[in-house]
Design a protein around this ligand. Sequence first.
Ligand code: CAA
Length: 241
Amino acid sequence: MSRTVLVTGGTRGIGREICAYMKAKGYQVAANYGGNDAAAALCEQETGVKCYKFDVSDFDAVGAGLSQIEADLGPVEVLINNAGITWDAPFHKMSKEQWDKVVSVDLTSAFNLTRQVWEGMRERGFGRVINISSINGQKGQFGQVNYSAAKAGLIGFSKALAQEGARKGITVNTVCPGYIDTEMVRAVPEKVLDSIIATIPVGRLGKAEEIASMCAYLASDEAAFITGATMTVNGAQYIAG
Ligand code: CAA
């Protein structure tokens, strides 16, 4: 029986590509989404991946969503914490709401999801947790104190939890995409985005598929010895030590 994967924020952008890629590899895939029903319907229609609507920043809503997914597809063996939002502003203009919203959707969500599949993974002696961080969690980004803090938080989360999962066959890793050609990146003002692309040595935005293939590798049996790692996929825009 093929393994079950849950991708949060799985109906658009990088998440949607991960869903399609994992499905093509033979996994049973569930995509979570937060609010865009039209995008979810299109995703279901085009990829055949079943979509589940719940708020990843709400612990109880996550519990209910996971129960539904597990009733339909069986226990989640591969969890990809991909859901994330931006709400950019220079710090002197950033509101408490901007901080709270981004930290709860981008970081607290990883606790909410992982905590509720963790005991099952421990009991079964197998699990893969892949946290989608960002280049901006590694290097920081002007206008993204909230997002950079949350994405950096995911790196620490993975490093700590990897040590706890290691003896139970569970790996926990972080993937740090650079600027990938998605709706989120295309929403950056054009002039700003052009100046960012100019700093990418490979000379282009990344493709969502280039993140999906990294996730598929980390989810595989071959990647059993890779845990607590931070995988950088950014066209050499930022080379972390
Ligand atoms: N470095 C230094 N100074 C900068 C700067 C930068 N990167 N960006 C802007 N500034 C300066 C401006 O030159 C301006 O200076 P002056 O007042 O002296 O003219 C000042 O900051 C204010 O700039 P704006 O008028 O642009 O301010 P704003 O409030 O309208 O917008 C902003 C600021 C929202 C941060 C805007 O610059 C922006 O959207 N930046 C892009 C942020 C970004 O990269 N987001 C990534 C989104 S994609 C993503 O996050 C995915 C991923 O993981 C990679």
